[in-house]
Design a protein around this ligand. Structure first.
Ligand code: FA5
Length: 344
């Protein structure tokens, strides 16, 4: 048996020397060191030998495997270098070609818009407050002056969970209550926060509406905050976001948690107010809902509405991104289509 090891050693080494390319080397490896290779089978046979021969044979067989493995590694490297030298000579490998660019990821267009929004509000003294995605019915509606069975609940189609009273927030406005209660110190401190986050609505998906989208809520509470403060602040934001020459207008609207309530339009960024398909030929684009915080909501947040007042607003970053880039369909945002994402 021991002679067999010597014969195998010489035969394998000779064949290895004669293997001149990758294919021949792979065949050699399979034949000797592979799962069903001759050396592997030899090692397996050790157990069947008489006890007194086993130790010596096992030692030699292991030596054979290790030596051939090392010889194989050395030969494989030599063949690789030879092949490289050959292809350099024949011009098959052009080392002067520029390297392959490794593709880098980019930020999602909504994330870019969100970061722009955060930066502008930060410059204007607003802190970021993150409220929860899974809300209770009371904070999402009742404490915002929308009691159960109030018809205004129809404005927000809701995703309910299997736990009664626990829902996915339909807007970021419940964060107003949480910010007032967490940071108002029992209605004694002013507040200036923005509350960005994902919202969920059980509604028909269309070119303008998704069931999951971002909102950025804003809340300012103080002793002498008036409607003019709201209008001035939002106008300044719109100018910084869309350009200093853009006109801004406010329209009367309705939200149960603000009184009075307004909607904000910016002069169409694509046509400059002349009229185009994006602004539906009106010259204006809606960017936010807003208003003065309703006294009931102030009270629910722990503030005395006779002393404190405030304004709130809610804007949709996806819709703002659509306006900015002339994107016609909101479904692209969750579509994961690289052809869309790579444009930003
Ligand atoms: C609200 O949700 C109010 N909470 C906003 C508010 C806050 C008003 C504070 C007053 C004070 P509305 O349902 O209009 O309002 O949504 C606000 C913005 O969210 C919209 O202007 C729009 O940009 C975005 N939005 C609403 N629904 C969707 C949807 N299904 N898909 C994408 N964006 C949406």
């Amino acid at each position: 048996m021991l002679e067999k090891i010597d014969t195998l050693y010489e035969q394998a080494l000779a064949e290895l020397e004669a293997s001149a390319d990758g294919e021949a080397l792979s065949a050699w490896y399979r034949r000797y060191l592979g799962r069903k290779g001759e050396v592997t089978l030899l090692l397996r046979a050790t157990g069947m030998l008489p006890k007194e021969e086993r130790a010596e044979f096992g030692k030699r067989a292991n030596w054979l495997r290790d030596t051939l493995s090392a010889a194989y590694a050395e030969r494989a490297e030599a063949v690789r270098q030879e092949e490289l030298a050959r292809s350099l000579q024949t011009g098959a490998l052009d080392v002067t070609l520029p390297g392959r660019r490794i593709p880098t990821g980019g930020l999602h267009p909504t994330t870019q818009t969100l970061r722009e929004i955060y930066a502008i509000w930060a410059e204007m003294g607003f802190q970021v407050y993150r409220s929860r995605d899974v809300e209770d019915d009371e904070t999402n509606f009742t404490l915002l002056n929308i009691p159960p069975h109030h018809p205004a609940r129809d404005m927000w189609d809701t995703f309910h969970t299997t736990t009664p009273g626990v829902i996915l927030r339909t807007h970021t406005s419940p964060g107003q209550i949480r910010a007032m209660r967490d940071y108002g110190e029992n209605g004694t401190q002013p507040i200036r926060v923005i509350l960005p986050g994902m919202c969920y609505r059980y509604e028909q998906i269309s070119a303008r509406s998704e069931i999951q989208f971002n909102q950025v809520e804003g809340l300012a509470i103080g002793r002498n905050i008036r409607l003019t403060d709201l209008k001035g602040t939002i106008t300044e934001f719109a100018r910084r976001m869309f350009g200093p020459d853009k006109r801004v207008r406010f329209r009367g609207s309705y939200f149960p948690f603000t009184e009075p309530s307004l909607e904000v339009d910016v002069e169409c960024i694509l046509c400059g107010g002349k009229g185009c398909p994006v602004c539906k030929y009106s010259g204006w684009l809606e960017i936010a809902g807003c208003g003065m915080v309703h006294p009931v909501v102030l009270q629910n947040g722990g503030y005395d509405p006779r002393e404190w007042s405030g304004f709130a607003f809610g804007m949709g970053p996806e819709r703002m991104t659509m306006l900015k880039h002339g994107i016609q369909d909101i479904r692209y945002f969750w579509g994961n289509d690289l052809r869309f994402l790579e444009q930003f």
